[in-house]
Each structure stands twice: as C-alpha cells, then as structure tokens.
Design a binder for this molecule. Structure first.
Ligand SMILES: *[C@@H]1O[C@H](CO)[C@@H](O)[C@H](O)[C@H]1NC(C)=O
Ligand SMILES: *[C@@H]1O[C@H](CO)[C@@H](O)[C@H](O)[C@H]1NC(C)=O
Length: 288
C-alpha cells in the first residue's frame, strides 16, 4: 500500500509542471536531452564548488570515477549510464517517506512551505516564524500564525525579491508574549484586513515549537549543529536523510533546537548568478 502511494506521488510530481527538481535537473543537463551523464555532473560540480579540482589527468580521472559511482548509485542499479529526473524525484519522495510525509508543497500555491522558526534575543517569550508560498492569496491578506485555542494570533508581513526570476512570497511573523518552557502547536495562514476573518489556515501534526524554560527550571538542553550541509543533488539528499535518521533513532533525546551553520546551500556559482531553486530545495529539506 505504502509503495503504491509513493509511486503515485512520484507520478504526480512528474506531471505537475516545472518543479524545483526539474529546474535543478535542467541546470545539470546541459544538452537538455533528459539524461545526466557523468561528464555533465562533473561540469556542474565544478561550477558550484568553490574549490576547483587540481588540474591534471590524475585528478580528472578520479573525478570521473566519483561521478560514475554517483550515476550508478542513484539510478536504482539500472544498466543506464546516466541519471534521469525520476532518479532525483525518487530520492526526494524517499526523504519525506522516512518522516511519513509527502512533499505536498509542490501542489498548492498558498500552502506554507520552507517553514522556519527561530529564537529572538528573548528566548523565553518570543518566536519568529517565516514561510514561503508559491502564490500570494491576495495583496491585502496578511500572514498569521495561530498558536493556541484562545486569542493566540500573531499577524506578520509579506515580502519578496527578484533574483534569478524568483517570484514566490516570503511571510514572516513575530510572536510575542509567549510562556517560557511551553510547547505550542501552530497553524499558518492568512487573514483579512479586519484582523478577524481568517481566509486560509494550514496545519500539520509536526508543527510545534517550544520556548526556552526560565533559568531556574532549565534542565539539559540538547542542540544539534549541522555545518557544511551542501545540497548538491543527489548527494545532498544523503546528508538530509542521515540527519532525519539521527532524529528518529534518538527519540528520547530530542534536540531543543537545530543550528545550521556555514556553507549551507551552494546556491552561488562564484559569480553574479545565484540559483534560487537550490535555496528552495534546501529550505524545504530542513523545514519541520
Ligand atoms: C544496488 O546494488 C547494491 C549492491 O549490489 C545494493 O547494496 C543496493 O541496495 C542496490 N540499490 C538499489 C536501489 O537497488
Ligand atoms: C490589524 O493589525 C495590524 C497589525 O497587527 C494593524 O496595523 C492594523 O491597524 C489592524 N487593523 C485593524 C482593522 O484593526
């Protein structure tokens, strides 16, 4: 049953227009024949890594071997000597499956994706929430976070920018007046200018946040720090997968929060160009 669902979703993704993965795949697939060969991977890696491999036949040969290994590993042991978009999608759906989730953000224009929570300077009483939507429901609607049954509504702002033709919407909301050491389930959505009528509201059983306990009540705090977490696909999936498996293995040792440091997404080419799709893929992978 589960297998059928996964296959179903892969088919759905394939038919849902240009996904981030499709855009990403096209970047690697230089001749646009729908096949990524090891030499195309090689060129791509060189574009996105700052450190160029040493010149010379030996390191070139080594690079080739690595790339051949990647192709073999990620194409489901097929006899093909190239990767297809399907190979990447397969990995992506796999990632969500280990958390019993599906990448539903691919399908709905107002659905919150790339959800991100962060502490402010006041770790006891405040939280900062941001998320992205593919479309903006309407310019007079404002983003909200609803975080408890009674009167717990914070209203935020919407912004966007245009680099690399990126045209999604970023919403951020500052929540104040929270209780210290409290766990909140939250919902995200949009509200009318009257600040009463909620137009859209999304929730997910995984969406919770917790404020820091007051100093006298503080016990052990567990923090996970991930550095240098590149998202070069398909290798980046491997990193995210191991992080999720880490979380799942240590259920009795939940991290209070996660810090992502350094070289996060390799979205730059070293020049002017920055590929926004890489940020989207990265942020969606680390979202709760
Ligand atoms: C591919 O083959 C290797 C070695 O035979 C095996 O360990 C791995 O599980 C296979 N992968 C898939 C996706 O079938
Ligand atoms: C709605 O809330 C925003 C800020 O949260 C405020 O600026 C605005 O004046 C409020 N509008 C009404 C009608 O109360």
């Amino acid at each position: 049953m589960f297998y059928i669902l996964v296959v179903g979703f892969v088919a759905f993704i394939s038919s849902s227009g240009a996904s981030d993965l499709q855009t990403y795949f096209n970047l690697i697939d230089q001749n646009h024949d729908g096949k990524v060969f090891s030499d195309e991977l090689f060129v791509f890696f060189n574009t996105f890594y700052e450190e160029k491999p040493e010149q010379g036949t030996l390191s070139l040969l080594k690079a080739k071997q690595i790339e051949n290994h990647i192709v073999k590993k990620y194409n489901q042991n097929s006899t093909r000597n190239y990767l297809t978009l399907f190979d990447l999608e397969h990995r992506f759906v796999d990632l969500y499956a280990i958390q019993n989730q599906f990448p539903t953000f691919l399908f709905n224009g107002y659905e919150p994706e790339q959800v991100h929570l962060s502490y402010t300077h006041n770790i006891f009483n405040e939280m900062y929430v941001s998320f992205v939507t593919r479309e903006r429901p309407s310019s007079n609607l404002r983003p909200i976070v609803h975080y408890c049954e009674k009167n717990c509504l914070a209203i935020g702002e919407t912004t966007t920018y245009n680099v690399d033709n990126w045209h999604y919407w970023i919403h951020h909301i500052y929540i104040r007046g929270l209780e210290p050491g409290m766990k909140y389930n939250y919902k995200l959505g949009f509200i009318e200018p009257d600040n009463v009528t909620i137009r859209h509201l999304y929730s997910n059983e995984h969406w919770t946040f917790q404020t820091s306990s007051s100093l006298e009540k503080q016990g052990t705090e567990i923090v996970y720090i991930y550095g240098d977490m590149g998202t070069i696909m398909p290798l980046g999936f491997e990193v995210t997968k191991s992080i999720i498996e880490d979380f799942n293995k240590k259920k009795n040792e939940r991290a209070n929060y996660v810090v992502h440091v350094g070289d996060i997404a390799y979205a730059g080419t070293g020049g002017e160009m920055e590929v926004q799709t890489i940020w989207d893929l990265f942020m969606n992978q680390i979202a709760p």
